[in-house]
Design a binder for this molecule. Sequence first.
Ligand code: C5J
Length: 220
Amino acid sequence: MIDVDAAPFAFPLDPGHVALVVIDMQRDFLEAGGFGETLGNDLTPVKEIVPTVAALIALFRARGWLIVHTRENHAPDLSDCPPAKRLRGKPSLRIGDPGPMGRILIRGEPGADIVPALQPQAGEIVLDKPGKGMFYATDIGETLKTMGITQLVFAGVTTEVCVQTSMREANDRGYECLLIEDATASYFPAFKQAAIEMIRAQGAIVGWTTPLAALLRALA
Ligand code: C5J
């Protein structure tokens, strides 16, 4: 075990059983004309973390540790998108509508792909998920179990929605979860901060949090 300086106390990283999960770093959430912007959000905070997420991915690649990239998206016929999700709110474009990067959040469309700077490499898992959480309607649980993964390090967007939901799902399934604070973002910085505090409250009730620098120091 390698002790990583984290909150609320050191995270005991197990090099043989850890994977990185990069949540939804997709063009639809980060780029102009995508779903995030159609909801009226300022993209600045989510774009800012790209270099830190790239450094985290490079760290895992250098050690040959598993990396999972998730993409929130839906089938072209929207059969996996409940009306309650598609019709919620007043976005200028709804899921499935044609936009400047193809149909919004539809599997295979340019906007649903991961941003160019964080493209997955061969051997890494790309997980398409129709929900906020990475375990809902996916087979990732079986895959991680087969690979002997017991710890998940989290990054990506947005902290309080798909990252936090996936961490909570993972925590309930028995994974030890570490969130890299500067490799995650929300359109609402206050929500990011609140999510970080909720995750690590009450003795790491959902998991641990730490900046990338602390993980780098521990693995140096
Ligand atoms: C949202 C996500 N915010 N990836 N998706 O709708 O957090």
